[in-house]
Design a protein around this ligand. Structure first.
Ligand SMILES: *Cc1c(COP(=O)(O)O)cnc(C)c1O
Length: 466
């Protein structure tokens, strides 16, 4: 008899051990669970557990023992009752991963959200006056202090910030923008589209690779309202390329009575070059050079909640605040609480220690190696064969394209990497990793220390042999 034949027979024997859904539902524990969670839910969970078992057998495993079923079905009941927005373990090494929720919040930000959301808050209440206040007051002083701007406001995200700025200041008028900056940010969001949507007229200036100051000079008319500079966050042009400096654009705009709007995308309050990365434009610098309005995201390099931050001239920000769209784009108390707590970390000079995004950027290669090595040792002890290899993490979030940070990756080589990755994604805390050359790669940089134990338990359950 060939081994192939034998394994087929084995498999069939294992399949025959699988119980019927009805039989599962009749076990006392699951009958009890059905009374609690509903028969339909438990039946669906039982079918899911059976499908999983069939998959395991197809992969060469054996059928679950009769005693294991209650636990297996329970796990699926939990999953069916769980919200669709769930925590995952990001082992990809991409720090600001847009699909995985961008910046993880700091402990302080989380606590702030909790404390203002559990009950009532001063969201729109002035304690001194004992009367109605404005939600725009929150984070305002901190933002001004940290960026040097006269005034600041917060909206739902940076796309909303741009939309509000253009709608309030440029509707029916021209906005000058270099052809090299007509970018698509991601998810189909394009600068020319948001411009059109706001009712502003786009005036393209220069060529794709080269734009000179004289191109702006020639393009300006009596209808012009603003010059928009958009940071080419997620791509890089090299070679025969030129663009006026921010200072030149600002001087030009002001000489013609135009507003200079600077969309920084990510925007950083800390200098990325300290960590061996290329310089990412800093908000303070744009403000200091004289940009009238500077817009950036709350959940990219700032390391806070989803938000769009606008800082700049008081007169212009006041116009934005009064615009009807400001109401439609306003943020919730949870966002403001998290943003203020995040900004307070910067003010205390503790951003690198307290904000996960910066902690991950600043993680020393030796520390990452030590973590990967310790994972490998623990897994080996538990019968999981894993290796280590040098690798690269990325900042992500449309910042610093092509820039990487050196790291050490834990590697696992399962017979079917795609199936293994799918299995990791199906766990109660899903693990998202990279696959390269038939290996699964796990980067310690983006795995939060408090998730480490869950990660190792999951890897042991999914990969242990025998
Ligand atoms: C990311 C980005 C945006 C959009 O910011 P969101 O906060 O995601 O809305 C706008 N402009 C640039 C240049 C960006 O990189």
């Amino acid at each position: 008899m060939t081994t192939m034949h034998a394994s087929n027979l084995n498999r069939q024997a294992e399949y025959r051990k699988l119980p019927a859904v009805d039989a599962l539902l009749r076990t006392p524990e699951l009958a009890l669970l059905a009374a609690e969670a509903g028969v339909e839910v438990v039946a669906e969970a039982a079918r899911a557990a059976l499908a999983e078992a069939r998959h395991m057998i197809a992969e060469g495993g054996s059928a679950p023992s009769p005693g294991a079923w209650v636990h297996l079905v329970q796990r699926h009941v939990e999953r069916l009752g769980a919200p669709s927005l769930r925590p995952v373990i990001n082992a990809t090494g991409v720090i600001i991963h847009t699909n995985l929720g961008r910046a993880p919040l700091s402990a302080a930000a989380l606590e702030a959200v909790r404390s203002v959301s559990l009950g009532y808050s001063t969201l729109e209440y002035d304690l001194e006056a004992g009367a109605r206040g404005s939600r725009h007051e929150h984070a305002r002083r901190l933002l001004c202090e940290l960026t040097g701007a006269e005034d600041a406001m917060v909206v739902n995200n940076n796309a909303a910030a741009l939309y509000l700025i253009l709608s309030a200041l440029c509707t029916g008028r021209e906005v000058l923008i270099s052809r090299s900056q007509l970018v698509e940010i991601g998810g189909g969001f394009r600068i020319p589209d948001v411009l059109r949507q706001s009712g502003a007229r786009l005036v393209e200036v220069g060529a794709t690779n080269r734009t000179h100051l004289r191109d702006f000079v020639l393009a300006v008319t009596a209808e012009s309202a603003a010059v928009l500079r958009v940071h080419s966050s997620n791509f890089r042009q090299i070679g025969f390329v030129t663009m006026p400096t921010l200072k030149e654009l600002i001087d030009f705009a002001h000489s013609r009575g135009l507003v200079l709007i600077d969309d920084l995308g990510s925007g950083a309050l800390l200098d990325t070059t300290q960590y061996g990365l290329a310089p990412e434009p800093m908000v303070q610098r744009s403000v200091a050079e004289g940009a009238d309005l500077v817009a950036f995201s709350g959940d990219k390099l700032l390391g806070g909640p989803q938000a769009g931050v606008i800082v700049g001239r008081a007169k212009l920000i006041e116009q934005l605040r009064r615009h009807p769209l400001a109401r439609a784009l306003r943020v919730d108390k949870m966002t403001l609480a998290a943003l203020e707590a995040t900004l307070i970390s910067y003010r205390r000079g503790r951003a690198v220690e307290e904000l996960p995004v910066w902690r991950m950027i600043a993680a020393p290669p030796e520390a990452l190696h030590a973590r990967a090595e310790s994972w490998r040792t623990q897994l080996l002890k538990q019968g999981v064969v894993a290796g280590l290899q040098h690798g690269a993490s990325a900042v992500g979030g449309g910042s610093l394209p092509g820039e990487t940070l050196p790291t050490t990756l834990l590697t696992i080589e399962p017979p079917d990497p795609d199936a293994a990755a799918a299995c990791l994604r199906s766990q109660s805390t899903p693990v998202i990793c990279r696959i390269q050359d038939d290996r699964l790669l796990f980067d310690p940089r983006t795995v939060l220390p408090e998730q480490e134990e869950t990660l190792l338990t999951t890897l042991r359950e999914v990969f242990k042999v025998g």
